[in-house]
Design a protein around this ligand. Structure first.
Ligand code: FAD
Ligand code: NAD
Length: 479
């Protein structure tokens, strides 16, 4: 092992592993240090995303959705199943197998690209100086021309409800439950609340989400957020908005949660409570005392456009630099900083980062919402088409939701798109590409979309911006 590298990347989540791989592709000697241990106590690459975030949550969302559909939909398709029953251990094993394959895959990619993998903790002592504590050995010092911090984020704890790994869980605990709780409380109705709340609700739990704010998903366009709230409630999630949690008392038989809502104090007892009120940057033990790196008011590493921290030769990417805390944003930043270190001039377009909530129905969006455009005084035209008008959605048996495209009133440039419905996680990508090329809604309207596909709803929404959808009445003829 060489003790000096061109770049040391600290953290092997999406931001860090992408950075290390791209740096090695560009001919830099790259080492990536990560301390993550899986439940068997083995070093595991991929960070939160692969081990305890995006991937295991999507595995459980898929399994739980199939379980629910087998119970509620198969009969309509003419498929008779005598009795559908749940084998949660097998479901959890499938999730773990997927995680192990993908985290092992990052190890293979490191080998194939020549990235040096160092399993253990890193601490920065100054420009180019890192102490490395292997998971199973002595501390040593390694050096590099540049250091990239990609140490990610961790769940925010509620001071009145510290995580205890039993009654009061973080998202990692919520992904690993070995029994379906009868009554599950979730504090926070954001991404994690609705995704993991959906998983356990589909598997049979009574799920109550307590959300402090009185608007559902304030970061989303109001149209899809309101439709989402209605749909999730219809599917059994008891979402209580404007609920301010004031007490959480864990006992041997349950957790009593007290909250204030509309001026009244209420309380409810759950078997378990998941706290999902956001994530905070992970910088614990990362910086030696003598390293005065600047943090912002949320504790994120303060970086400029080029990902430089306040100290020369030290860069930061991914969740540790702040919102949006999304894997694909981190990957893009990781690649960009590697290219910058190799002398290139990359650019990350923050306007075209898609957001997806993997519930049923899915929600997805990119660009400005109507609220954003109104606040900026930008005139726009809107085209909105429901999946009820789509033949493929009918055949799938899923006609919930709609696609809305927002375009500049004069130039017709697409400024945003907001979708709720089947497979919108994939459909939004068409608009991401369109916005990246600064396309007009007319461009999408003139592109041939396969029939029958869900993408035809995107096409029709683009036609609707100009008031000329084919398979849905234009606004003035409706009703
Ligand atoms: P992380 O993935 O957090 O990785 C940081 C790594 O750094 C960790 O492996 C950690 O062990 C290591 N590390 C930290 N400090 C040190 C140190 N001092 N020395 C050595 N190693 C260190 N995002 C999406 O885009 N789509 C989704 O569907 C999605 N689903 C999610 C579901 C859940 C339940 C959660 C919790 C998150 C989800 N996210 C999702 C968010 C996503 O996981 C994060 O945005 C992403 O993992 C951030 O990547 P990162 O590389 O910045 O950090
Ligand atoms: P979040 O920011 O999405 O939602 C947190 C919610 O908790 C908010 O609605 C907030 O108003 C509410 N809240 C805050 N304090 C509260 C309190 N004291 N009582 C009740 N409610 C409170 O955060 P999250 O759901 O924890 O997820 C963390 C991050 O992980 C997300 O912001 C996102 O960046 C990422 N993530 C992404 C995906 C995805 O892309 N599909 C999935 C899961 C997580």
């Amino acid at each position: 092992m060489s003790d000096h590298y061109d770049v040391i990347v600290i953290g092997a989540g999406p931001a860090g592993y992408s950075c290390a791989i791209r740096a090695a592709q560009l001919g830099l000697a790259a080492a990536c240090i990560d301390k993550w241990l899986n439940p068997e106590g083995k070093s595991s690459l991929g960070g939160t995303c692969l081990n305890a975030g995006c991937i295991p949550s999507k595995a459980l969302l898929e399994s739980s959705e199939l379980f629910e559909r087998a119970n509620s939909e198969f009969e309509r398709h003419g498929i008779q199943i005598e009795q559908v029953s749940l084998d949660l251990a097998a479901m959890q094993k499938r999730k773990t197998d997927i995680v192990n394959e993908l985290t092992g895959g990052i190890g293979s990619l490191f080998k194939a690209n020549g990235v040096t993998r160092l399993a253990g903790s890193a601490r920065i002592h100054g420009q180019g100086r890192v102490s490395f504590q292997p998971n199973d050995g002595e501390v040593s010092e390694i050096t590099a021309d540049n250091i990239v911090i990609a140490t990610g984020s961790e769940p925010t704890e509620l001071s009145i409800a510290p995580f205890d790994g039993d009654r009061v869980l973080d998202s990692r605990g919520a992904l690993a439950m070995t029994e379906v709780p009868d009554r599950l409380g979730v504090i926070g109705a954001g991404y994690i609340g609705v995704e993991l709340g959906s998983v356990w609700s589909r598997l049979g739990a009574d799920v109550t989400l307590l959300e402090a704010v009185d608007k559902f998903m304030p970061i989303a366009d109001r149209g899809i957020a309101e439709e989402g709230l209605k749909q999730f409630r219809n599917r059994g999630l008891d979402i209580r908005l404007g609920a301010r949690v004031t007490g959480v008392e864990a006992g041997t038989t349950g957790v009593e949660v007290t909250y204030e809502s509309a001026g009244e104090t209420q309380s409810q007892t759950f078997d378990r409570v998941v706290v999902a009120i956001g994530r905070k940057p992970h910088t614990a033990d990362l910086l030696a005392d003598e390293v005065p790196i600047e943090l912002d008011d949320r504790g994120c590493i303060d970086v400029g456009d080029d990902f430089r921290s306040s100290l020369p030769g030290i860069y930061a990417v991914g969740d540790v630099v702040g919102n949006p805390m999304l894997a694909h944003k981190g990957m893009e930043e990781g690649v960009a900083v590697a290219e910058r270190l190799a002398g290139q001039l990359p650019h990350v377009n923050y306007r075209t980062i898609p957001s997806v909530v993997y519930t049923e129905p899915e929600m997805a969006w990119v660009g400005d919402s109507e609220t954003d455009l109104k606040a900026s005084g930008i005139d726009y035209r809107s085209g909105q088409i429901p999946f009820a008008a789509n033949g493929r959605a009918k055949a799938l048996g899923n006609q919930t939701g709609f696609v809305k495209i927002l375009a500049h009133a004069e130039t017709d440039e697409i400024l945003g798109a907001h979708m709720i419905g089947p497979n919108v996680s994939e459909l939004v990508q068409e608009i991401v590409v369109a916005m990246e090329y600064r396309a007009a809604s007319e461009d999408i309207a003139r592109i041939i979309h396969g029939h029958p596909t869900l993408g035809e709803t995107v096409h029709e929404a683009a036609l609707a911006v100009d008031g000329r959808p084919i398979h849905f009445p234009p606004p003035k003829k409706r009703g």
